[in-house]
Design a protein around this ligand. Structure first.
Ligand code: ADP
Ligand code: MG
Length: 699
């Protein structure tokens, strides 16, 4: 068993009540104590004369114990240690509560340093439960800086320091799993030394370097782990799918627009990947409206015409239907059989039947897929069911999922192509509008290959973002009105569905807002949508909105992602302070999907106005990567990784937003794997990684 996982009470003797307190705060193992890092440090370099101490002050004193007594109180049965301490200038009482072990530690006549707070009782001033150290040639704690910890349930920082001190003294010689060459080059302290330097450093700088060592360790092992997975995938075999340039040219010439340069480049990069005998594992990242679908479909057509099937998985049914329609339109003259698997309204389009849409039972559709008669199957998570089998699956597209994707690929490729006794793993393309910060792309996303659509189609106008206080909401509504009168449509986002509960007085609900807007704009068609509605109801409303039958759609944050509504030019967001940067960015992406000028209106109360102003500034930054990095700084990587997966320790979460550290760790990880791919010379590190792989799930 790992030393750090040993129960605390096995290593240091602590009383029942202290142990309970610690446990209730989640501190159970020796590691929990050692990794309870200080929140800041106090300066223990400045001595005070006893004559100068004042009530309420925190002081460092140096003096001799003239008298020492141990007793128990009658009523509460508290163990009390009392000492009379004096220096050249005066004397003071020093009292410790409930620390019976002091009997064996303190001695009369001894000279000590003390650090604690001055209190007053009926008799006089006294120093309460101080941290102390006997005066020696070389002090370990005093004359330095001293840790301050976040209090744990009535357990003051100084008592925690005592506990940590004991824990550090007990650390045996631990094997370091960071390779020596890294420790040396970076000047990082060895394991035991690192704990001493974090908890009881000589300088803040020393502590920072020791903390960095642990952050590095976390990031480094995560990167090692994901790089190893990447290397493993790259040793697998995938179908070689040659690009048919003539076909692609012909296909692109049928579009009623020209591709952006970014789209052309992306298609080229993906086609190059598909041609390699290694499974592609690529992320196509581009702002909402940058035209990812056409990139994916162009590559899909190429695969189909080379004799492979394509699976296109999306998060919602509305989106599945939208893609089905798009594919039907674009592939009309290319003889492609398209399937839509939703579990309820399954359809397919067959070239033989003159590209007609035909309703079909799920069973039939699955049969056709298994026989290879469906070229591209579009659907939601319905696609990963066991019963969905392909004859020749060569290419998987995952839309709107900023996920690793490796696990989905495994689920989709249950019946992989076998050729000459070899299993061919399909290529994988994930698409997302949520920019993934580089730090995460390099770490938890396993050094994923990314291709960017950093350009919007011509004629698109930048969405104008405006912030309003509640008082000025009317000004925002004027913009809504103008847009609707122009024949455009508007989203209104609220953080809640129902009427106010006491707790959330200030939050606007969908129901209220809906009623309010109906009164405010009696002539407009207004509808509401939220998660409590039935799936079919939601889809009908979304369809009506798409068909332009609704002017204003009031909804919670759950409005479908990726749905293309060109006439939606305005999105108003109530209680905008409730939403994270990435979410606001997503919301804003629902508008601005045509050449019309669009607006994003953020409503918030006065207090949070400043925050929102800042967010607005960030939203206006051109580069969505910059935005992602900022979001990561503000909220941490929890959102990207998902809360559930938090097998991840706090320190790792922090470290993951530290770009420099991540880059450094990556260089070292590559260097190490180049030297020793299987970590044969690093058995301890290898076993650590096995442990980590069990703890952390990226999917
Ligand atoms: P997203 O990247 O958000 O998935 P879509 O693929 O849904 O974007 O594309 C948004 C809209 O832009 C669609 O109606 C699509 O037909 C259109 N579109 C895509 N590429 C271009 C282009 N190069 N020029 C003009 N319109 C385009
Ligand atoms: Mg899309």
């Amino acid at each position: 068993m790992n030393y750090f996982d040993l129960p605390l009470r096995k290593i240091i003797s602590i009383g029942e009540s202290l142990s309970k307190k610690l446990e209730s705060a989640g501190i159970k193992t020796i590691g929990d104590v050692l990794f309870y890092f200080p929140i800041r440090y106090d300066d223990l370099t400045k001595l005070k004369d006893i004559k100068d101490v004042r009530l309420g002050e925190e002081v460092v004193l140096k003096g001799k114990i003239l008298q020492l007594s141990h007793s128990k109180t009658f009523k509460k049965n508290i163990f009390i240690t009392e000492a009379l301490v004096s220096d050249n200038t005066g004397s003071i009482r020093v009292i410790w509560f409930n620390q019976p072990y002091l009997k064996n530690v303190l001695r009369e006549g001894g000279e000590y340093y003390f650090f604690g707070k001055i209190y007053f009782d009926k008799k006089s001033l006294y120093l309460s439960t101080p941290f102390f150290e006997e005066v020696k040639d070389k002090q370990k704690y005093f004359g330095k800086i001293f840790p301050v910890y976040k209090e744990i349930k009535n357990l003051p920082s100084r008592q925690i320091a005592n506990l940590v001190k004991k824990a550090i003294e007990k650390i045996p010689e631990l094997k370091d799993y960071l390779p020596d060459f890294i420790l040396e080059r970076e000047g990082y302290p060895k394991l035991k030394d690192a704990f001493e330097k974090i908890h009881f450093p000589s300088s803040v700088k020393e502590a920072e370097l020791a903390i960095e060592r642990f952050k590095f360790e976390q990031v480094f092992s995560i990167i090692l782990l994901t790089l190893k997975i990447k290397y493993k995938i790259s040793r697998q075999i995938a179908p070689v799918i040659k690009p048919d340039i003539d076909l692609i040219k012909k296909f692109l010439s049928t579009l009623n627009f020209n591709l952006t340069l970014a789209q052309k480049k992306a298609i080229w990069i993906i086609l190059k990947d598909l041609e390699k005998p290694r499974p592609m594992n690529r992320l196509l990242e581009g702002d909402v409206g940058s035209g990812k679908t056409i990139v994916a479909l162009t590559c899909a057509l190429n695969c189909i015409k080379q004799g492979y099937q394509v699976a296109f998985m999306v998060p919602t049914e509305v989106l599945a239907k939208q893609h089905f329609k798009t594919a039907a339109k674009l592939f009309a003259d290319f003889g492609v059989n398209i399937g839509l698997l939703t579990g309820r309204e399954d359809k397919f389009i067959s070239e033989k039947l003159k590209n007609q849409e035909i309703e079909i039972s799920e069973r039939k559709l699955l049969q056709k897929t298994e026989k290879g008669e469906i070229d591209i199957l579009i659907g939601t998570h319905t696609l990963i069911q066991d019963k969905v089998k392909f004859a020749r699956l060569g290419f998987i597209i995952l839309d709107e999922q900023h996920r690793f994707g490796v696990e989905q690929r495994a689920k989709l490729a249950k019946s992989p192509i076998k050729e000459n006794g070899k299993i061919l793993i399909p290529h994988l393309l994930s698409m997302t509008a949520t920019p993934i910060p580089r730090t995460l792309a390099l770490t938890i996303y396993g050094d994923l290959d990314v291709v960017l659509l950093d350009q919007l189609p011509e004629g698109r106008k930048k969405v104008v973002t405006k912030v309003f206080s509640n008082k000025d909401k009317e000004k925002a509504l004027e913009i809504v009105k103008e847009e609707v009168l122009k024949g455009n449509q508007c989203f209104v986002i609220c953080p809640r569905i129902e009427e106010k509960e006491k707790k959330e007085m200030e939050l606007v609900s969908v129901n209220e807002e809906y009623e309010f807007l109906k009164k405010r704009f009696p002539k407009f068609n207004i509808a509401k949508i939220h998660s409590k509605l039935k799936k079919t109801e939601k889809e009908k409303i979304m369809q009506d909105f798409r068909d332009r039958n609704i002017d204003i759609l009031v909804s919670t944050s759950v409005v479908e992602v990726g749905v293309d509504i060109p006439k939606a030019t305005c999105i108003l967001i109530e209680n905008a302070e409730r939403f994270g940067l990435a979410q606001l960015h997503q919301f804003r992406g629902r508008v601005g999907r045509s050449d019309l000028q669009s607006f994003c209106l953020l409503i918030t109360d006065k207090k949070s106005l400043k925050t929102l102003q800042r967010i607005k500034a960030i939203l206006e930054s051109k580069n969505s990567f910059e935005l992602a990095e900022k979001d990561l700084q503000i909220r941490g990587p929890g959102d990207f990784i998902g809360k559930k997966q938090s097998g991840m320790p706090d320190i790792a979460m922090q470290a993951l937003s530290d770009r420099k550290l991540v880059e450094k760790a990556r260089e070292y990880a590559k260097e190490l794997l180049e030297k020793d791919l299987h970590l044969k010379n690093y058995p301890y590190l290898r076993s650590k990684l096995v442990e980590l792989a069990k703890k952390i799930h990226f999917e």
